[in-house]
Design a protein around this ligand. Sequence first.
Ligand SMILES: [Fe+2]
Ligand SMILES: [Fe+2]
Length: 394
Amino acid sequence: MKRRILFVDDEANLLEGLKRMLRPLRHEWEMEFVGNGAAALECLDRSNWDVVVSDVRMPSMNGVELLNKIKNQHPHTVRLLLSGQADTEVIMDAIGPAHQYLSKPCDAELLKTTISRACALGDLLQDEKIKQLVSQIETIPSLPSLYLELEEELQSCDSSLGRAAAIMSKDVGMTAKILKLVNSAFLGIQQTVTDPVQAVRYLGLDTIKTLVLTIKVFQQLDQSGSVGFDMQHFWHHSLSTGEQARKIAKEERAPQPVVEAALAGGLLHDVGMLLLLTYFPQRYQETLKLLANGECSLMEAEQETFGATHAEVGAYLLGLWGIPIPIIEALAFHHCPAKSLVQTLTPLIAVHIANGLIEEKDLQPLEGNSPCLDLAFLIELGLDDRLQNWRELL
Ligand SMILES: [Fe+2]
Ligand SMILES: [Fe+2]
């Protein structure tokens, strides 16, 4: 089936340029090009679209307003924003509405790979089984507001560590948790860190933001009281996967955004388990029973009881929140990276390897006897000879 991509830009020559650039893809994608937000919304009302790519600056309804509307009215369409240099202020409002930004002028190859990856994510957001499962949840957890505030600070032109620390300090419990983490050898900080400003200085605003998101989400979905589920072990597994994924990305000299997203993906990779446990406790007990029989992996047991896995459900939630695509990808495919379209060391690959190596080493693997690493895929990517090195990093 052809992918359906909708492009929105008020400048006719830009739209023409895009059309020409993407013409070779017309056999794979069905594309439509419209000149304003209202026309885009009409298209979306008429039929289903996998991905919308919108310009930021447009008269009457700008790109952020448009994506906000699409987020509410068509939450299963993936939303990309094309922005120019001067759009930093508008972009601050786009956290949440947009899954990813692309800066203009955008080269054809980058646009093509970003849209293809967005389509793979779209498949997940439009999967009927997952949609049905999630629709049974009365109130879906919301994206923590503290995370949004920090993201806004991060995007502002004069972002400051002091201001970020002040934002974080508004939540005393959160600050205490972050300081405890920082002082627990997590992320390899040697000094004793005693105040929020120091913590932000050592870790950087990006990492703080990720920790805030993880802690808040885990608080909303706390399963300490759940029979047969060890929340402490889960927390520990998530922390180590995040830390290892970050180390692997660093070791491979991946760009900083990849390193940061590897940490976020690792910390949150199994969050779908918490979602299933919180909202479907009885059914999850059946899953755990199947797992305890030792005849199948956790993924197979979940598939049997829910028709979907923790990987897909977690990615779905982050997808609705508008978390960046590389992080969602890391959640969605952490047990089956070959199903993704990635070909280099992305956050997904770092998380897959980190999770696999940790489960391989763990005497009480969290996810049962799942096959840990997709060796064939790592060979295909030319990364298999690095495995020994990564094992030593653990
Ligand atoms: Fe998992
Ligand atoms: Fe895991």
